[in-house]
Design a protein around this ligand. Structure first.
Ligand code: NAD
Ligand code: USQ
Length: 397
């Protein structure tokens, strides 16, 4: 297939582009490199040294003989160019990663909230309307998030996107209907993913677009089989307080002797998936496209759930790191349970990688190797969800 990977310079997009290229697909990366600009804005850099996207593509060609094309394009602000690109290249599938994905960054200030909504909602809507306008019947696979569901405390399993509800009709009988699972986002970023869901529902129903929305959990790890093939194919790795995600942060903290930064009591339970499984799930989703006229296909892309405190204790046990229980800068439940259905990917043949010491140790090794690139002052999470919480944020555990 000819596949466009939107956001293909990012943490999930780059290994996905390599994985799909390795499988023989013709892969085109579209990215506006905004994530690299945000690094500059925040004064941080990836733990791992990343080459330019052009250089990464050159090394891939040198190693494999396969071409990865790169196109610099902003989906949110360059609608005409996007439409022209689709009309010229006519991809069979589009994988859409191209959004501002950090919850803390989206909550930093009013400017960051506005940017995140404008960028994410416009990127998704521009893409949908350009697909309709050009008449391209590409399968759109979007990276959504588990966070759209919210964290209910009633102890029921979260289904894959849809909830059957019984509605009492006028004659008193009860009819069942599948509705989108009610969203309860916990940040402006997560809210944009909830808005994306409505856009997808509309364009699938109105224009017959074929769409798969992957509600992904927190991705951990750094390498995949392809990124390991050459030092210059190395993946991005975020460790800072805005973009670093919890498990990857704990692993680098352990590597540099920084107390593990548990927010509040660490009673939050979240869904996780290893990067290697994430790219495999995208391959599986691409092979299982919905037909025109079908409702949006929704998968829960996660393999296991863990409580933040348990992760910290596990890593402390493995590495001897200390744990710091810090005031939580986020407005979120102090503790929650989480049970998630992921039968669809298991049914398609996903064989999940679970938290295993070897893989955790692999990330600690990467962190030790590049420890000299870590700015300890960028480790604390200083973005607060409300002005009240800002006064409680600790910058140095
Ligand atoms: P990332 O920030 O590393 O990559 C996103 C890429 O998209 C960047 O290269 C960025 O430059 C590009 N981009 C952003 N806005 C764009 C625009 N308007 N036009 C063109 N390019 C644009 O993020 P990631 O961790 O790779 O996440 C990718 C997707 O997966 C996101 O949509 C995110 O919501 C989702 N996701 C990520 C995780 C995770 O743990 N990393 C978990 C669940 C879901
Ligand atoms: N947390 C800590 N200590 C830290 C960092 C985080 O205790 O140093 C806690 C947070 O308070 C939160 C949990 O860990 O309760 C998860 O935080 P996170 O930053 O790892 O994940 P989140 O903000 O939810 O966002 C990440 C990705 C996002 C993706 C989402 C999937 O950045 O793109 O959508 O994970 S999910 O969480 O399943 O919605």
């Amino acid at each position: 297939m000819k596949i466009a990977v939107l956001g293909g310079d990012g943490f999930c997009g780059w290994p996905t582009a390599l994985h799909l290229s390795d499988q023989g697909h013709e892969v085109h990366i579209i990215d506006n490199l905004s994530r690299r600009w945000i690094d500059t804005e925040l004064g941080v850099q990836s733990l791992t040294p990343m080459d330019s996207i052009q250089e990464r593509c050159r090394i891939w060609k040198q190693e494999t003989g396969k071409t990865l094309a790169f196109h610099l394009l902003d989906l949110a602000t360059e609608y005409e160019r996007l439409r022209a690109w689709l009309a010229e290249h006519r991809p069979d599938a589009v994988v859409h990663f191209a959004e501002q994905r950090a919850a803390p960054y989206s909550m930093k200030s009013d400017r960051h909230k506005v940017y995140t909504v404008n960028n994410n909602v416009n990127a998704t809507h521009n893409l949908l309307t350009a697909l309709v306008e050009t008449g391209i019947d590409a399968h759109l696979v979007h990276l959504g998030t588990m966070g759209v569901y919210g964290y209910s405390t009633i102890g029921a399993a979260i289904p894959e996107g849809y909830l059957p509800v019984g509605i009492e009709t006028l004659d008193g009988s009860v009819k069942s209907q599948d509705i989108l699972y009610p969203t309860r986002p916990g940040s402006v970023y997560h809210m944009t993913k909830s808005l994306d869901q409505i856009l997808f529902q509309f364009y699938a129903q109105n224009d017959g677009l074929r769409i798969t929305d992957l509600h992904q959990g927190i991705v951990w790890g750094t390498h995949t089989a392809q990124t390991k093939r050459h030092e210059q194919l190395i993946n991005r790795f975020d460790y800072d307080g805005d973009y670093g995600t919890v498990l990857n942060r704990f692993l680098i903290q352990a590597a540099i002797g920084y107390p593990l930064t548990v927010h509040g009591t660490g009673g939050q339970t979240r869904a996780f998936i290893h990067l290697q499984d994430s790219v495999r799930c995208i391959e599986l989703a691409l092979s299982d496209a919905p037909a025109a006229g079908d409702k949006v296909k929704i998968f829960n892309q996660m393999t296991e759930t863990h409580r933040v405190r348990d992760l910290a204790e596990m890593i402390a046990g493995m590495t001897g790191a200390e744990i710091a229980y810090l005031p939580n800068p986020r407005k979120e439940a102090e503790a929650n349970d989480l049970i998630v259905r992921n039968d669809q990917f298991l049914g398609l043949g996903l064989n999940p990688i679970t938290l295993a010491e070897g893989l955790l140790e692999e990330v600690v090794e990467v962190a030790r190797k590049y420890a000299h690139r870590i700015d300890r002052k960028r480790v604390p999470a200083v973005s607060a969800w409300t002005k009240d919480l800002a006064s409680r944020v600790e910058t140095d555990p």
